[in-house]
Ligand binder design. Structure first.
Ligand code: GUN
Length: 307
């Protein structure tokens, strides 16, 4: 009889995110009772992209449920850039709004960089403004992009101190890969960013104590790319046809990450599932950033939310 291969411990992002949302909600209630301050988040969506519509509706509902003010601005696909910039200027000047999020992607006639640059950095709860990118790079307090912030919380919760660990991040996006590298560097990890042009990616991944996959390619990272005992954080959310051919024929899909989960689970020590891993952390961190931005705007020290 052969022994069952040992299985990785799942990092339950859904449960951790629920706890974080509870802490943000409680801290928000205390902020309101002690200081009369209700955090406000404005979400701006331009156009009719169905996936973006779902995300934006969800953000609005979750913001209200946390006891915050939620404003959603829905603009038509053909909105001129000048009108969007004018709305951002109004939101920047609104003292009841502490966070501004412009849902991406924007229609192609709009210059995304110009729009992100127009947001007051202290209200930039996405952490995409170059001022916040710079603050993160030099270690100043700012607002940190939600998905990598959520990944860091899960890593610290699973592993504790990250000092000296080798971290390999696959993916160099401004939204995940680059800020993830800065966050792990600040935790004294030895950080490598890999991407589509990296030579011998499997061998590089095998050097990782912490492997973060953020490439958007379904199940690209295989089990034999993972060092036994590593911690694997899968940021990917990809749709593949359902396993059952009859269901697939009906157009049914399943969600998979950038990591071949079943293979990873017999090699890694810790692994995030998809769904239920990193995904739920993003909106929880958006609420946390909105709370933090409101506190700073009022000169109140934010409560610790990460554990
Ligand atoms: N579209 C997909 N992810 C994001 C995100 O994190 N922030 C914004 N603003 N748009 C997105």
């Amino acid at each position: 009889m052969t022994a069952e291969p040992s299985r990785a411990t799942l990092i339950d992002g859904k449960a951790f995110a629920a706890g974080l949302v509870e802490r943000v909600t409680a801290a928000t209630a205390r902020l309101q009772s002690a200081h009369g301050l209700k955090p406000g988040l404005a979400v701006v969506i331009v156009g009719e992209d169905p996936a973006s519509q779902v995300y934006v509706r969800n953000k609005g509902e979750r913001t209200q449920a946390a006891g915050m003010r939620s404003d959603t601005h829905r603009l038509s696909e053909t909105t001129p850039q000048a009108d969007l910039l004018a709305l951002i200027a109004t939101l920047n000047a609104d003292s009841g709004i502490h966070g501004i999020l412009v849902q991406l992607p924007l229609p192609s006639h709009i210059d995304t960089a110009a729009v992100l640059a127009a947001i007051d950095p202290d209200k930039d709860v996405d952490g995409f403004h170059v001022v916040n990118v710079g603050r993160l790079a030099v270690g100043l307090p700012g607002l940190v992009p939600c998905t990598p912030l959520g990944c860091l919380m899960l890593l610290k919760n699973a592993l504790g101190d990250l000092t000296g660990l080798n971290a390999v991040i696959v993916g160099r996006s401004n939204i995940v890969g680059k800020p993830m590298a800065q966050l792990l560097l600040a935790e004294s990890c030895t950080v490598t960013i890999a991407h589509s042009r990296t030579r011998d990616l499997p061998a590089l991944c095998r050097t990782a104590d912490i492997l973060v996959a953020a490439v958007g390619r379904p199940e690209m990272i295989r089990g034999d790319w993972i060092r036994p005992g590593a911690t694997v954080i899968d940021v990917g959310i990809n749709r593949l046809p359902a396993r059952d051919p009859a269901r697939a024929a009906e157009g049914k899909t399943r969600l998979v990450g950038d990591v071949a989960f079943d293979e990873a689970a017999v090699v890694a020590q810790y692994v995030t599932p998809v769904p239920g891993g990193v995904g739920p952390m993003t909106i929880a961190c958006l609420l946390a950033n909105t709370y933090t931005a409101a506190c700073r705007a009022a000169g109140v020290t934010p409560e610790r939310l990460d554990a």
